[in-house]
Design a protein around this ligand. Structure first.
Ligand code: FEO
Ligand code: CA
Ligand code: CA
Length: 658
């Protein structure tokens, strides 16, 4: 990060730009360079031909192949127009209504929201900021499980310039000069997560007031470290000499719902919350460098010593994990499941394998990072919820190598196997999971274009990876699974487990879509020819499947300048003649990002997160509390735009999208 960040999400993107992965796993460029003289490649004489010859047509196909015997689109809604304005837009015949916004009450006694008088104490009882992942869990015993349940919500990060009157952007260049202990307290209380009881009646969806399930989890909530790293000296701090009791979670991006009814929430860009300096010879120096700790997103360390690595050098090892929370037990202690590894973890979507074990996929969202998989040792017991309580503490973590022949090798991150031993600084599985990235480097995993959500289609068992973008990838760095240099618009990869076995050592893979405007040849996009000018998108992030196996893609990074469209939600056909066709269903207001699509089991409601409405688009003047770039959803004095969860339903009822 070398420049002033105008907005928090631009800061994130700048960091994701850094590409801290300095490992030397061969890229396709190396392979090509070994076969052809590099200078010829650079001159373009061999460019595309050489790449095609090396990685084959599979990865370079402009459009995905149609399959015989295919059917027409499963999505019959009338597509919206792509564009950017101050409001959200949903397909004709649908309603998108606000369910809850930043500052609305979650817990009993919550003060009415007043952003002019916000306090940490008030925020602890109110809905947090920047809602991201959403998970819906039907209420056991409900008359209609699709009309009464729990909605779990991640609160990823905070925007000081839009939350606090009179302070504007705060960042390293102005030395966070207007930050105070109280503002930091509000930020810590506004992150983490919320549990809401929600119900649908004739008037629509609402949050049940004073529910016994209502919960706020924030950056100070006591948690338990579980799994192979629990209690390890590298996790011990002054406040927790046991190394087993963590405090809080933050930057909770995407997540997952387990079949036993718990919520997995993932700590993504944890590095940016730590400040201070570490002696270059400190035992954690190599580890922290690989994760980009410290950074300058926030200045919490000025007011709370545990975020200053010079004062509490192990605290940053206690973040970057997947947290499991039982939303049906409001007093339960959240558990950080260290067996799943530590990185800038995007999500934790899973599927029960045909042998009964639970398989969780995820990306490490930074340029040139990896795709991971975790397979439990034990089988899920769907008849006895308690039997699955600690099932995520034992299993095999592995990382993906995408081979140019269309196969994937899942490389196990297991202590004592291959290079993962003492000679390389790993003394136990605890060291492997704490330094997951470095272990994966040694195994030769494939460097990807910012892997975000990875989700299995429960109908077909195929698994989809969203790669957002990577404008740092040079022509010499392309590999079969990341075939575009300067990949500004991202792509979607499809992975095929053999015979639907998600625990297999080897998968197949193909590119489903290369994103961006297909009408501009130089972009090299690969949507089907049926895709309209509204139907294409860039920067895929969150993925969801409806119960029919239909794929829905949410985006992060579209804007007037980049793609002439806001972020939003698109459907994508994955099977049959329509494969590779996408359609635009919903878009967010100016400056916002769309996250967390979640369906009720009957597909009649789709919950979505509208994150950071009013943030700056592109390089426009930085918005402020007083002067945001949108007043969505309605104008009120002294009220900035508010991150919100919306419930989308169809007029007269029926499944969303059909
Ligand atoms: Fe928080 Fe990778 O998005
Ligand atoms: Ca995300
Ligand atoms: Ca996102």
């Amino acid at each position: 990060m070398t420049q002033i960040q105008r907005t928090r999400s631009q800061a994130y993107e700048a960091s994701e730009d850094t590409g801290r992965n300095l490992s030397v796993n061969p890229t396709l460029g190396d392979v090509i360079a070994a076969r052809f003289h590099r200078r010829d490649l650079l001159k373009g004489a061999l460019g595309v031909a050489a790449i095609s010859a090396t990685i084959g047509p599979r990865a370079l196909a402009a459009a995905v192949p149609a399959q015989a015997g295919a059917t027409a689109s499963r999505f019959t809604f009338k597509e919206i127009e792509a564009g950017v304005d101050a409001n959200h837009r949903v397909a004709e015949g649908y309603d998108a209504k606000i369910l809850i916004r930043w500052g609305d009450p979650v817990l009993p006694g919550a003060a009415p929201f007043d952003p002019m008088k916000q306090s940490a104490a008030a925020q602890k009882l109110q809905f947090g900021y920047n809602n991201d992942y959403l998970g819906y869990l039907p209420m056991p015993g409900a008359a209609n499980p699709s009309q009464h349940g729990l909605l779990v919500v991640n609160h990823e990060y905070t925007n000081e310039e839009l939350m606090f009157p009179g302070i504007g952007e705060q960042h390293a260049k102005n030395d966070f000069e207007k930050m105070t202990a109280e503002f930091v307290g509000i930020e810590k209380a506004a992150m983490g997560g919320s549990v809401l009881e929600v119900r649908r009646d004739a008037a629509g969806w609402s949050v049940v007031a004073n529910s016994k399930y209502a919960r706020r989890i924030d950056a100070d909530t006591p948690m338990e470290m579980a799994g192979p790293a629990a209690g390890h000296p590298r996790l011990q701090t002054k406040a927790d000499p046991s190394g087993k009791r963590a405090f809080g979670m933050f930057n909770n991006c995407a997540g997952g719902i387990t079949p036993w009814g718990t919520w997995l929430t993932c700590e993504e860009n944890f590095h940016g919350y730590f400040t201070g300096k570490l002696d270059p010879n400190h035992p954690e120096a190599r580890n922290y460098k690989r994760y980009g700790v410290p950074d300058t997103y926030y200045v919490w360390g000025r007011f709370d010593d545990r975020f200053d690595i010079s004062k509490e050098p192990n605290e940053a090892n206690r973040f970057g994990w997947t947290v499991e929370i039982d939303p049906f037990a409001p007093a339960s202690v959240p558990k950080k499941r260290t067996a799943l590894g530590r990185y800038k973890r995007e999500g934790a979507a899973g599927i029960v394998n045909k042998d009964g074990r639970y398989v969780i996929y995820s990306g490490d969202d930074e340029r040139f990072e990896y795709v991971y998989r975790f397979v439990t040792s034990r089988r899920v017991d769907l008849t006895n919820r308690a039997a699955n309580r600690d099932i995520l503490d034992e299993g095999t973590l592995s990382v993906a190598r995408y081979n140019a022949d269309g196969s994937i090798d899942w490389l196990p991150l297991v202590y004592g196997q291959g290079p993962l031993m003492q000679a390389n600084g790993f003394a136990s599985q605890a060291d492997i999971v704490i330094e997951t990235r470095r272990a994966a480097d040694l195994l030769g995993a494939t460097q990807m274009d910012r892997p975000e959500d990875v989700e299995a289609n429960p109908k077909t068992n195929k698994v989809y990876v969203a790669l957002t973008n990577n404008n740092r990838r040079k022509a010499g760095d392309v590999n079969a699974a990341n075939p575009r240099a300067d990949n500004r618009f991202g792509h979607l990869i499809e992975m095929m487990p053999p015979d639907g076995d998600h625990a297999a050592d080897k998968f197949g893979w193909e590119i489903l879509l290369k994103c961006g405007d297909p009408s501009i040849a130089a972009v090299g996009a690969g949507f089907s020819s049926e895709t309209t000018k509204n139907g294409w998108f860039g920067m895929p992030d969150n993925l969801a499947f409806d119960s029919n196996g239909g794929l829905w893609v949410a985006t992060d990074g579209n804007s007037q300048k980049r793609t002439g469209r806001s972020d939003g939600l698109w459907t994508v056909e994955t099977e049959g003649a329509a494969r590779g066709t996408s359609k635009h269903f919903f878009r967010v207001p100016s400056g916002a990002e769309l996250c967390g699509p979640a369906f009720t089991p009957d597909d009649e409601t789709l919950f979505v997160s509208v994150q950071h409405p009013g943030e700056s688009d592109d390089e426009g003047a930085p918005p402020t509390f007083e002067n945001p770039n949108t007043r969505w959803p309605d104008f009120q004095p002294n009220m900035p735009p508010r991150p919100s969860v919306l419930a989308i339903t169809k007029h007269g009822g029926g499944k969303i999208g059909t």
